[in-house]
Design a protein. Structure first.
Length: 133
């Protein structure tokens, strides 16, 4: 039995939309990021991966923002925490695969003049002001 594969689209056809201008000429337009994000997040596998990553991503963005607001460089923060700059860089890296310990996050917060608080929300609710990218 011969199995036919569905025809594959050229990579540009997956990213761009075809539109026709007034002269009948086909032009390719790139989708807006919001539209692209909405489309790919309809895939349950992509959605699950996005949700799993978003918490770590948001934490790292928050850490960076707090350090900058405190007027500290990574090196200055490392000195306060008695560690190396590379450890701060790894902690703040949004692509990092490591999960920091709670004690590390608490020490970071203290070093930038903050205290750590937790908030738990039900999974099935989405805030109207959700600003995740």
């Amino acid at each position: 039995m011969h199995l036919l594969k569905s025809p594959r689209k050229h990579p540009k056809e997956r990213l761009f939309s075809k539109k026709t201008n007034e002269g009948g000429k086909i032009i390719m337009t790139r989708p807006k990021f919001h539209d692209f994000k909405e489309k790919v997040l309809n895939d349950p596998g992509v959605r699950a991966e996005y949700d799993a990553m978003s918490t770590a991503y948001l934490l790292r963005k928050k850490l960076i923002g707090l350090r900058i607001k405190a007027g500290l460089t990574q090196e200055e923060l490392a000195n306060r925490l008695q560690t190396q700059k590379s450890n701060i860089s790894r902690l703040e890296n949004v692509n990092s695969k490591i999960s920091p310990k709670l004690s590390t996050i608490e020490a970071y917060a203290k070093a930038v003049g903050c205290k750590l608080e937790f908030n738990f929300v039900p999974r099935n609710t989405v805030k109207s002001n959700d600003t995740r990218i």
